[in-house]
Design a protein around this ligand. Structure first.
Ligand code: PEP
Ligand code: MN
Length: 338
């Protein structure tokens, strides 16, 4: 349920509505825009009579949100969410490129990759320190040592870092190094983890589970938002279908669909979506053209030596070419690619 306040509603009227909502045993979440304040109500809203509630001073109207997700919905927050991560703007007319290796393998590999992606125009550095690998025999990541290396790369390049966190118990520690916490596809419905990253108040990149519906993804986002953590990005990274030529199937239509349904920025991961380096650039261009707010791309100085996901990693040259080819598309669709 959402309460739409009148344009001239006072702060006092807003806080009176919030306390009424709390008296009804529900939680209130404020979305304060330039024009209007909207109050999202979460909890057992059956006892709230919309007609009675609409008569509270300062309230313009009260609506039930029929969708299963609430806080992530456009009804609750009609304008695009825009936020800042260490000076990098994400959302609305900004297009963000995050790039780096699948995994932090050692100090020199990460520093080399960080400089390469920065010089090619990436704004955020990616790198996994905790790797949830499908096979227990594959490289599992360097753990905290990997985070220390990422933090050093941030010092050197000025780029914020995004890295995956796999367990609730690790959230505080990973958040002490990272600028953006990534929730991996395998963990999209790990509710204890969603709760913990919600509490952390760090920006979150929430990847779509490989077998998840759009509603499930947006409800997962609501788990994070309901802790008052509004800096959430949704990431399409391909889903599992009967098609076997690619690692996953990129659900390209989900990009404009998510933009309709939600105010949150939408990022595409063409690397995990395709699993093939030579499909990454065309799919990246398509994602920008169709309205994505950014990309997260795997780059390795020598993909043939990569300890994970070498087949889908771009070489430095491939990445530079891709960045150059994005520019005319960004200006055609009115996105700022700085
Ligand atoms: C990754 O980003 O390296 C990763 C493991 O992604 P996903 O969770 O989408 O498989
Ligand atoms: Mn990977």
């Amino acid at each position: 349920m959402i309460f739409i306040m009148k344009h001239n509603a006072t702060e006092e009227q807003v806080s009176r509505v919030v306390s009424r909502i709390e008296k009804w045993g529900c939680q209130a979440h404020l979305s304060t825009g330039k024009e209007q304040t909207i109050i999202g109500v979460v909890g057992d809203v059956r006892r709230i009579d919309t007609e009675v509630a609409a008569r509270i001073d300062g309230v313009d109207s009260v609506m039930r949100v029929q969708k299963s997700f609430k806080l992530a919905s456009r009804e609750f927050h009609p304008l695009d969410t825009v936020f800042d991560v260490n000076g990098v703007k994400i959302g609305n007319d900004h297009f963000v490129v995050m790039a780096g290796p699948c995994a932090v393998e050692n100090h020199d590999q990460l520093m080399e990759t960080a400089m390469i992606v920065k010089n090619a125009g990436a704004q955020i550095l990616r790198g996994g320190a905790y790797k949830p690998r499908t096979s227990p025999y594959s490289f599992q990541g360097l753990g905290e040592e990997g985070l220390r290396i990422l933090a050093e790369a941030r010092e050197k390049t000025g780029m914020p870092i995004v890295t995956e966190v796999t367990e609730p118990q690790l959230v505080d520690m990973v958040a002490s190094y990272a600028d953006i916490l990534q929730i991996g596809a395998r963990n999209m419905q790990n509710y204890a983890l969603l709760h913990a990253v919600g509490e952390s108040q760090k920006p979150v990149l929430l990847k779509r589970g490989m077998m998840s519906t759009v509603d499930e993804m947006l409800m997962a986002a609501d788990y994070i938002l309901s802790h008052g953590n509004w800096r959430v990005m949704l990431c399409e990274r391909g889903i599992r279908t009967f098609s076997t030529y690619t690692r996953n199937t990129l659900d390209i239509s989900v990009v404009p669909l998510l933009k309709q349904l939600s105010h949150l920025p939408v990022i595409v991961d063409p690397s995990h979506a395709t699993g093939k380096w030579d499909l990454v650039a065309p799919v990246s261009r398509a994602s920008l053209a169709v309205g994505a707010d950014g990309l997260i791309i795997e780059v390795h100085p020598r993909p043939e030596e990569a300890m994970s996901d070498g087949a889908q990693s771009l070489t430095p040259g491939n990445f530079q070419e891709l960045m150059n080819s994005l520019k005319p598309i960004a200006s055609a669709v009115g996105k700022i690619l700085s």
